[in-house]
Design a protein around this ligand. Sequence first.
Ligand code: SF4
Length: 180
Amino acid sequence: MADKKLRIATVSLAGCFGCHMSFLDIDERILELAEVAEFDRSPLTDIEHCGDCDIGLIEGGVCNSENVHTLREFRKHCKILVAVGACAINGGLPNYRNYIPLEECLGESYLDGIGVENPQIPSDPELPLLLNKVRPIHEVVKIDYSLPGCPPSADVFWKFLTDLLAGREPALPYELIHYD
Ligand code: SF4
């Protein structure tokens, strides 16, 4: 067992949690990972704020003010920040809304779309404000690595993490690189 466990934080911003599900597809290898690493803030833990970590895995692009805040918090506390999946790398499927004015998107969802009752655009100050466009995370903070795929396969996560744990520069073999 390593003297000091590697600390990993993960988060889903404008993501679908599919990248996290794919990460969990490492199946029983997670026991091996637990020997050498522990999780900080993550949907897998109850930790609310990102503490000092070795690795931050970011799923999803940036679509609202809270995403920006969270992403900056991760950048501040993670030595290595990783864009995980198409959404984090280039905005992914959610950035299709960039082709439609935000006002129109909100109108369709909350005012005049099919099945809308009691039409009103939510305005509670507790709710994060949507950005005009969905953005890839590298437009907000510096990113150290990217894991492509929608989602990246479990083997991509495994190869990347085991390379880092072994002190090697992470390198994905050609057969693990895909963007779909
Ligand atoms: S990259 Fe794909 S799987 Fe990952 S959050 Fe985006 S849509 Fe979901």
